[in-house]
Design a protein around this ligand. Structure first.
Ligand code: TEU
Length: 533
C-alpha cells in the first residue's frame, strides 16, 4: 500500500474563517483559491477542509443538509472543481471532512422520516416511543442536555448525540451504508484525496439503550453511546469500498483520549490514522505527558499504524494560549512546531498557528456563536447561575476561541473580509499576522517554513523510526533513522540552560551556536536539528 500521506504536512482550514472573497463575512472557496500560493510557499502538502456542504450551520456545517453539493455561501461545484485543480497544480492534496454520524434535521431524509412512522426513511434514524414524557434513557448530548428530542408529529423521541438539529443516523440499517457509499464515490470522482471522518466511533449505539453510568462527580460516562460492537465492521466495510476505488487517505476523528481505544480504529483494513487527542489537547504545557504520548504511540502502533501529530483544531483552544501561561508564547510555538514537524507521525497544522494566533475572547454572550458555548450558557442560567457565572461557563465550553478569521494583515478585519466577519472580532487585540512575518527570516512563520522544508528534504523525518527517544532532565531528544540517514532533534523543555556537543551538521536551531567550540547552548524551549553522519 502506498502511504503517500507520510510524506506530507497537512493543514486544517476552518471553512468560515480562512478567506472571504465575496464579502459576505464568511470564508469561501474563491478565497481559499486566492491563498493557495501562500500554502504552497509554506510547503503544505495537503489541506483538510471542514464541512462546506449545504447546511443550516447550526454547528457551522457539521449539520449537513445535502451531502452532494456545496453550500452557496462557499461557492458551487464548479468552483470546487476549480479549487481541486488549482490545489493539485501546487501539489496540494485535498482532504474533506465528512459527517456520517448525523444529518441536519433539514436533510431530506429526516424530513421524509419525520413525515410518518411508515415512511421508508423512518428507519434511517433512531426512534423511541414516548412513555409518559420521559426520555428513553439518561443519555446526554455532548452539547449539554438530553440526547433525546420529542417529535410532536409522531409522539416519538429521536436520538441526537450533538445538537437536536443534528440527528443521528441509524447505522444498524444497511441502507444507510449504501447511501453513504454513493456520497463517498461522488467526492472521489471529483478528485478529492482523503476523508476526515467526523466522530466515526459514534456510528453505533448500544441496542440495550441502558442508562449510562455516572461517575462520583455526577459526570456521565458514555459507555453505551460510542465505541459499540459492530462499529468496526461498518468501518471495515467503508474502508474496503473506498480503498477498492481509490487510495485516498482516511483519517478518523475518534472522540477518545484512550490510546487503547484509538488503536482499534486504525491499521490494516481500517482507517489510515486517527487523531490522538491526548497528545495535543492538554490545558497546560506538560512535557512529561507530551513525551509519554509520543512514546506510547510509538510502542503501541504496529507496522500498519501511524501516529498523528496535532495540537490544535476548531474544537479546542489554541495551544499557544493553553501552553504559554508563564512562558514566552513565541518560544512555546517554536518548540511545539518543532516536535510536530519532526516527530514520527502525520502533522496537522491548524490555520493561524503558524503565525502565532491566540484565543479569541468573548465578553458578551450575544457575541458568542458556538452552539456548545451557548447551550451551556442556557443550561447554567436555567440552573440559577448569574450572568457572570454563566458567561464564564460558556467561555470555558465555547469553541469560538480558536475560530477567529485568519490574520492576513493588520488592516480592517485582518484582510480576511471587506465586511464584518461572521464572528465578533471588533475588540480583538492580537496583532500576529502574515504580512509582517512573511519576509522576516526570524518570524514564527519562517520557522514553520524552514521546518517543513527540512521535513520534506529528509526521508528520515517522513518515514524514519526512532533509534533514540528520550526525555532526559526535561530535554526531549530523539533520533529518526531511515536507510542511512539519521536526523537528531533536541528540544529543551526544561527551565535550565543545557549545553550539547555538536557532532553532525546543524540543519536548524533557535539558539546561538558556538561553532568554534562545537557546543550549542539551549535556553528554555530552544531547539536544534542535526544531521548525523
Ligand atoms: O467533534 C466531536 C468532538 O470531539 C467534540 O464534539 C467534542 O466532543 C466536544 O467539542 C467536547 O468539547 C466533531 C467536530 O469536530 C465538531 O466540530 C462537531 O461539532 C462535532 O463533531 C459534531 O459533528
Amino acid at each position: 500500500m502506498n502511504t503517500w500521506w507520510k510524506e506530507r504536512v497537512f493543514y486544517e482550514i476552518y471553512m468560515p474563517s480562512f478567506m472571504d472573497e465575496n464579502g459576505d463575512g464568511l470564508g469561501d472557496f474563491q478565497g481559499i483559491i486566492s491563498k493557495l500560493d501562500y500554502l504552497e510557499d509554506l510547503g503544505i502538502g495537503g489541506v483538510w477542509l471542514t464541512p462546506f456542504y449545504p447546511s443550516p450551520k447550526v454547528d457551522n456545517g457539521y449539520d449537513i443538509s445535502d451531502y452532494c453539493d456545496i453550500d452557496p455561501a462557499y461557492g458551487n461545484l464548479d468552483i470546487f472543481k476549480k479549487f481541486v485543480c488549482e490545489a493539485n497544480k501546487r501539489d496540494i492534496k485535498v482532504v474533506i471532512d465528512i459527517v456520517l454520524n448525523h444529518t441536519s434535521n433539514k436533510h431530506k431524509w429526516f424530513i421524509e422520516a419525520k413525515s410518518s412512522k411508515e415512511n421508508e426513511k423512518r428507519d434511517f434514524y433512531i426512534w423511541k416511543e414516548n412513555n409518559n414524557n420521559q426520555t428513553p434513557n439518561n443519555w446526554e448530548s455532548f452539547f449539554g442536555g438530553s440526547a433525546w428530542e420529542l417529535d410532536d408529529n409522531s409522539n416519538e423521541y429521536y436520538y441526537h448525540a450533538f445538537a437536536k438539529e443534528q440527528v443521528d443516523l441509524n447505522w444498524s440499517n444497511p441502507k444507510v451504508l449504501e447511501e453513504m457509499k454513493k456520497v463517498l464515490k461522488f467526492w472521489m470522482d471529483l478528485g478529492i484525496d482523503g476523508f476526515r471522518f467526523d466522530v466515526i466511533n459514534f456510528l453505533k449505539v448500544n441496542g440495550s439503550f441502558n442508562d449510562n453510568p455516572l461517575d462520583d462527580s455526577g459526570k456521565q460516562d458514555h459507555i453505551y453511546d460510542k465505541d459499540q460492537d459492530g462499529v468496526l465492521d461498518v468501518i471495515r466495510e467503508l474502508v474496503k469500498f473506498i480503498k477498492g476505488y481509490k487510495n485516498v487517505f482516511l483519517i478518523g476523528e475518534v472522540g477518545s483520549e484512550d490510546l487503547n481505544i484509538l488503536e482499534k480504529y486504525c491499521g490494516k483494513d481500517l482507517l489510515d490514522v486517527v487523531f490522538n487527542f491526548n497528545l495535543g489537547s492538554q490545558n497546560e504545557f506538560n512535557s512529561k505527558m507530551i513525551f509519554k504520548e509520543i512514546e506510547n504511540m510509538n510502542k503501541k502502533y504496529d507496522d500498519y499504524q501511524y501516529p498523528t501529530l496535532f495540537f490544535g483544531s476548531h474544537d479546542m483552544p489554541r495551544f499557544i494560549s493553553r501552553f504559554s501561561k508563564g512562558k514566552e508564547a513565541n518560544k512555546v510555538s517554536r518548540a511545539i512546531s518543532t516536535l510536530m514537524l519532526t516527530a514520527k507521525g502525520v502533522p496537522f497544522i491548524y490555520y493561524g498557528d503558524e503565525i502565532g494566533m491566540t484565543d479569541l475572547k468573548c465578553k458578551d454572550i450575544n457575541n458568542m456563536n458556538d452552539i456548545q458555548g451557548r447551550n451551556f450558557y442556557n443550561l447554567a442560567i436555567n440552573n440559577g447561575k448569574s450572568y457572570e457565572e454563566a458567561l464564564e461557563i460558556a467561555n470555558r465550553e465555547s469553541r469560538d476561541k480558536s475560530r477567529s478569521p485568519m490574520q492576513w494583515n493588520n488592516d480592517i478585519n485582518y484582510g480576511f473580509s471587506k465586511n464584518n466577519p461572521w464572528i465578533y472580532i471588533r475588540d480583538r487585540e492580537d496583532r500576529n499576522c502574515v504580512s509582517t512575518q512573511v519576509d522576516d527570516p526570524s518570524s514564527l512563520l519562517s520557522h514553520y517554513k524552514k521546518l517543513i522544508e527540512i521535513r520534506k528534504k529528509y526521508k528520515a523525518l517522513q518515514f524514519g523510526d526512532y533509534s533514540k527517544l528520550a526525555l532526559e532532565n526535561d530535554v526531549l531528544i530523539y533520533i529518526r533513522e531511515y536507510e542511512n540517514e539519521k536526523i537528531k532533534i533536541v528540544i529543551n523543555l526544561s527551565k535550565e540552560i543545557v549545553e550539547v556537543n555538536i557532532v553532525g551538521e546543524i540543519l536548524m536551531t533557535t539558539s546561538e551556536l558556538d561553532i568554534r567550540n562545537k557546543i550549542i547552548k539551549l535556553n528554555e524551549l530552544e531547539m536544534f536539528i542535526e544531521k548525523l553522519n
